[in-house]
Design a protein around this ligand. Structure first.
Ligand SMILES: Cc1cc2nc3c(=O)[nH]c(=O)nc-3n(C[C@H](O)[C@H](O)[C@H](O)COP(=O)(O)OP(=O)(O)OC[C@H]3O[C@@H](n4cnc5c(N)ncnc54)[C@H](O)[C@@H]3O)c2cc1C
Ligand code: SF4
Length: 481
């Protein structure tokens, strides 16, 4: 471990961080900074350097966690940052929004021994936020510009991580995205209270300063086909995420004020970014003063209930058809939601939406858990005669996402997808069945996590580079022959 680290820093050298003494205690940032620094040092010192880094093993990016904890404990933050950023393109994002209880922190040896985990995520966030503040985060300076170009469809974490890695090697990279802002779900899905938008925007700015070209409001399939883009670039990456909301087939779905989760969250995020959002401004997508019912038990449902609370809803209820132990979402997020005043209706499934024109309520069936189904989770079964009604002025459906029909959307019927609609790739080369077209992130895995999207983006960059080098070699061999 230490050997691995030495390529980045010298562990024996003590370099205490210099504080900016010109700042006064009245400066909020300084107070915050000091407080967090003490906490970060205290927490990092709790790492036992156990030798079997379960935290690292369970981090999808294999972050060198014990090493940057040691450096933080010694006050050597710049070196901690160098180690942290060497395996992660967005450590400050992951530190904020990874479900650490299922990944690094959940597997911390100290947590396992019942003494409470080292708060790895918060320390990761602290290290990188400090790095931004101190000016240690710099745009890429390309040593040798290469002629070959890569087109990336999708400016989410998978696309951005891949772009950054390829740019480091000197390739010309263009990202095409149908949204008006880069960031994918980091900008329009995940709410501001979990991930502040400036955090995403400063990353994007850095990538632009590094020479990566972003083309926004550009929908592949509408503005240009995949085939047309393939002719422009030497390789392509598809990193379009999954956006088709799963539907619920019950009476009353046509009533007004029943919305898919992404519509509700996008409106809220756009508002937070200062945009004019007609449906929010006229009250339709604003939960203020309303009885809100959210259907679903995943992390997106938790984001919806917590957003509704922040919009000052009259009441917020979450319907989930299994019990708390069987919820797919992070238990930490459920705990947060309960603390904030969300009422969970476990073992409850909507049967009918009630109302004339607008939704006025939801008829709910109570469930009990039967034998495990194909997914291994206990199957919810309706308890006969147990129905009850809930008042609702706004219903948000959060039942998960499927991929859109990409071959049709891209006008590329020959692109091979799985039975679920995710893009099929060769797991080693990350290439689709189309030569020079790679894919990464949610569009390959199905709805997943930011940290996995970053990992995929980085892996795809390695494979794309291999492909591009081979392409040049073949060309040179051909010319020499
Ligand atoms: C509400 C919500 C909350 C979440 N919270 C968390 C969390 O707390 N922690 C966590 O780890 N994960 C969370 N996730 C999951 C995480 O956001 C995704 O796993 C991750 O963003 C996937 O990255 P991606 O790059 O594959 O796709 P995305 O982030 O979805 O980006 C895809 C991009 O492709 C663009 N695109 C799509 N089609 C086209 C086209 N035809 N032409 C051009 N551009 C196109 C889109 O506009 C988008 O910008 C959450 C997801 C949601 C929906
Ligand atoms: S990237 Fe996520 S899983 Fe890995 S160390 Fe950071 S918070 Fe933990």
């Amino acid at each position: 471990m230490v050997k691995k680290l030495l390529q980045f820093v010298d562990l024996k050298k003590e370099t205490p961080i210099k504080r900016d003494t010109k700042k006064r205690r009245s400066d909020f940032n300084e107070i915050y900074d000091q407080f967090i620094n003490e906490k970060a040092t205290e927490q990092s010192s709790r790492c036992s350097q156990c030798g079997v880094p379960f935290c690292q093993i369970h981090c999808p990016l294999s972050n060198n966690i014990p090493d940057w904890l040691k450096l933080t404990a010694e006050g050597r933050l710049q070196e901690a940052y160098e180690v942290s950023q060497s395996t992660n393109n967005m450590p400050e994002v992951c530190g904020r929004i990874c479900p650490q209880d299922r990944l690094c922190e959940g597997n911390c040896v100290i947590e396992q021994s019942g003494h409470g985990t080292v708060t790895i995520g918060s320390i990761e966030k602290y290290i990188t936020d400090t790095a931004w503040e101190k000016g240690w985060v710099k745009p890429i300076k390309v040593k040798t510009e290469l002629k070959q170009s890569v087109g990336i469809i999708g400016a989410g974490p998978a696309g951005m991580a891949c772009a950054e890695e390829l740019r480091k090697s000197g390739y010309q990279v263009t990202i095409y995205d149908r949204y008006d802002r880069p960031g994918g779900l980091l900008i329009y899905g995940i709410p501001n209270f979990k991930l502040e938008k400036f955090v995403v925007e400063r990353r994007t700015k850095l990538l632009k300063e590094s020479g990566i070209k972003f083309i926004q409001n550009f929908e592949v399939g509408k503005d240009q086909t995949l085939d047309e883009l393939r002719k422009k670039h030497d390789a392509m990456l598809i990193a379009t995420g999954v956006y088709k909301a799963r539907e619920i087939e019950i009476p009353g779905t046509n009533l007004k004020n029943i919305f898919p989760a992404m519509q509700f969250l996008t409106a809220s995020n756009k508002k937070g970014l200062g945009d004019k959002v007609e449906l929010f401004d006229n009250g339709t997508l604003n939960a203020e003063g309303k009885n809100v019912v959210v259907i679903g038990g995943g992390d997106t449902a938790m984001d919806c209930v917590r957003t509704a609370i922040r919009q000052k809803a009259k009441s917020v209820k979450c319907l989930y058809r299994r019990d708390r132990d069987n919820m797919p979402g992070s238990s930490r997020e459920v705990g947060n939601a309960i603390e904030e005043g969300v009422e969970f209706k476990w073992l409850s499934s909507p049967k009918k939406f009630l109302g004339q024109t607008n939704v006025e309520g939801v008829e709910v069936a109570q469930m009990e858990l039967g034998e495990p189904d194909a997914s291994g989770r206990k199957k919810p079964i309706i308890k006969p005669g147990s129905d009850y009604k809930l008042p609702a002025d706004l219903v948000i459906k959060s039942l998960g996402f499927d991929p859109e029909d990409l071959p049709k959307l891209f006008n590329t019927n020959e692109l091979v997808v799985s039975e679920w609609g995710t893009i099929k790739i060769d797991l080693k080369s990350m290439q689709t069945n189309l030569k020079g077209v790679f894919a990464a992130g949610d569009i390959v895995r199905g709805a997943s996590l930011v940290v996995w999207a970053i990992r995929d983006g980085r892996d795809a960059a390695i494979q794309i580079e291999k492909f591009l080098k081979e392409k040049i070699k073949i060309k040179k061999d051909y010319e020499a022959a």
